[in-house]
Design a protein around this ligand. Structure first.
Ligand code: FRU
Length: 520
């Protein structure tokens, strides 16, 4: 009797395990045949996310021969961070993406951390020919054994090249090209061709500052200068630098912009990106900037960098839409995290100095279809309400009375909501995701309301809010003020409410319904 019970239990266990395995097998098959792919709960419908497993920083953003390449920090074995590879996806329009095989695998020099890619048009490296110029990736090697042994020199810089537009890669046998003399955090090289000095320039971060190098051939690097020890935010380690020139549209004035991600120490907690506007003469970066400037006041735009070689000359930026505070804990199962929408970065100046805006590329508008457009201005005597499609892009413009308060709220049938407030009284913008859906997977995710100083004048304000299955991107005044955030609502937000002073109006409201880039 006793024995037969045990055998029955064993039989059930075997059957259960087989069932589970079969289910998994079916799922995997469906994922690989694209049937199930990109339809899971919270799966972004028009942002890039990997088909499965863990992703962090965008890497090697480069355009070549009609193709935009997006490489990224990837761990193909799990949905938490692990030994880093470079994943790869390509796009011809910066809207639709095609997943490609893994580009770079760890080797005996270490894991493959963040970095950049260039097209070596003049074949200065000798890896290709002028007719078939090599694509060269410059990245950080992270040697786990060195770190575990308590050494400080475990991060070095290496290069690899591809002669078939990023499909297959060879590592340079002379790696590492920049060794380490004992700096614990020494990583994330961004390389670009500097026309004025006819050299390759490399900027990387070393704990609390950036270091600049130059080279003729991408193999031999000379240290030129350092920047940042006593300027800007230092609440955490500096990561993922980027350096590029921008022109102010209105005046034609040119300046250099240095992006530096820091973790922790962002204005609303955890990971964030600061920037400096200044001059770069091929050797030194200098700035007169006082105080810290931030690219985004939301909690989910980190490690963002820009494309090399974009033919239109646009400065296109992509960030990782997560935060190291809770990146490992977000409630997705097949994959983890996505990228921000590709955004155009532009330079501007007002009486407080230089600042940059970041705003979705014009091309993004193509996947939308106008679902509602106001013909007359809308009175705010009582709050304006409207039903929405589940993925949407909202454009609102209104004359703001700088002493009054306004609130834009998106909610669903079970009371989950996100809310943007423009507070004239306290001169602040607030973004609240405390009741946005699932928030309890980590303490800081849904705790605090995000804030940003907002110098209101009596003027027309433009607000654009783009909502995907697990993100809300808010752009105010063409990207001057931005909040990028992940959210995990149990149902999509399908109700919009705009509230303001009784004599207020919304001058223009356009609701765009967005189509999936992954599925028909
Ligand atoms: C930024 C970062 C980089 C590093 C990479 C490792 O998120 O910490 O500094 O190269 O991630 O995956």
């Amino acid at each position: 009797m006793f024995l037969s019970r045990i055998s029955l239990l064993l039989l059930l266990l075997v059957l259960f395990t087989q069932c589970k395995e079969n289910n998994q097998a079916v799922d995997e098959e469906k994922i690989s045949t694209n049937e199930l792919a990109y339809s899971e709960p919270f799966r972004p419908q028009f942002h890039y996310s990997p088909p499965e497993k863990w992703m962090n920083d965008p890497n090697g953003l480069v355009y070549h021969d009609g193709t935009y390449h997006l490489f990224y920090q990837y761990y193909p074995e799990d949905i938490v961070w692990g030994p880093m590879h470079w994943g790869h996806a390509t796009s011809s329009d910066m809207i639709h993406w095609e997943n490609k095989p893994i580009a770079l695998y760890p080797d005996e020099l270490g894991l493959i951390f963040s970095g950049s890619a260039v097209i070596d048009t003049k074949n200065t490296s000798g890896f290709g020919t002028e007719d078939n110029p090599p694509m060269v990736a410059i990245y950080t090697y992270h040697l786990m054994e060195g770190e575990k042994a308590g050494r400080k020199d475990f991060q070095t810089q290496g290069i690899a090249y591809s002669l078939d537009n990023g499909n297959t890669w060879s590592k340079y046998e002379g790696n590492p090209v920049i060794g380490n003399e004992g700096i614990k955090d020494f990583r994330d090289p961004k390389v670009f061709w500097h026309e004025e000095s006819s050299k390759w320039i490399l900027v990387l971060v070393a704990g609390d500052h950036a270091k600049f190098y130059n080279s003729d051939d991408l193999k031999e690097w000379t240290l030129l200068s350092e920047f940042g020890k006593d300027i800007g935010a230092h609440g955490g380690v500096w990561e993922c630098p980027d350096l590029f020139k921008l022109k102010i549209d209105e005046t034609g004035e040119e300046k250099w912009v240095l992006l530096i991600s820091i973790n922790p120490g962002a204005p609303n907690g955890g990971s964030g990106t600061q920037y400096f506007v200044g001059e770069f003469d091929g050797k030194n970066f200098v700035t007169k900037q006082a105080g810290t400037k931030w690219l985004d006041y939301g909690m989910d735009n980190y490690a963002g960098v820009t494309y090399n070689n974009v033919p239109s000359g646009e400065r296109i930026f992509i960030g990782w839409m997560s935060n190291w505070n809770y990146a490992r804990n977000t409630p997705t199962e097949v994959w983890r995290s996505s990228m921000t929408l590709p955004r155009n970065i532009s330079l501007h100046k007002n009486k407080e100095g230089y600042f940059i805006k970041n705003y979705p590329l014009k091309a993004f508008g193509k996947i939308g279809e106008t679902a509602f457009e106001s013909v007359e201005s809308i009175s705010l005597e009582k709050p304006f309400e409207k039903e929405l499609d589940q993925y949407n892009d909202t454009d609102i413009s209104f004359m703001v009375d700088s002493s009054k308060n306004y609130a834009i709220t998106y909610s669903n049938s079970i009371g989950e909501q996100v809310c943007l407030q423009l507070l004239g009284e306290s001169k602040e913008l607030l973004f609240d995701r405390t009741r946005s859906g699932i928030v309890d997977f980590e303490e800081s995710f849904g705790k605090a309301i995000q804030k940003q100083k907002y110098t209101t004048e009596n003027k027309k304000v433009e607000v654009r809010i783009i909502i995907d299955a697990s993100s809300v991107e808010v752009f105010i005044d063409g990207g001057k003020h931005v909040f990028t955030n992940q959210v995990f609502p149990k149902h999509p937000y399908t109700r919009l409410e705009i509230a303001g002073p009784a004599n207020g109006t919304v001058d223009n409201l356009r609701l765009n319904k967005l189509a999936s880039i992954w599925r028909p």
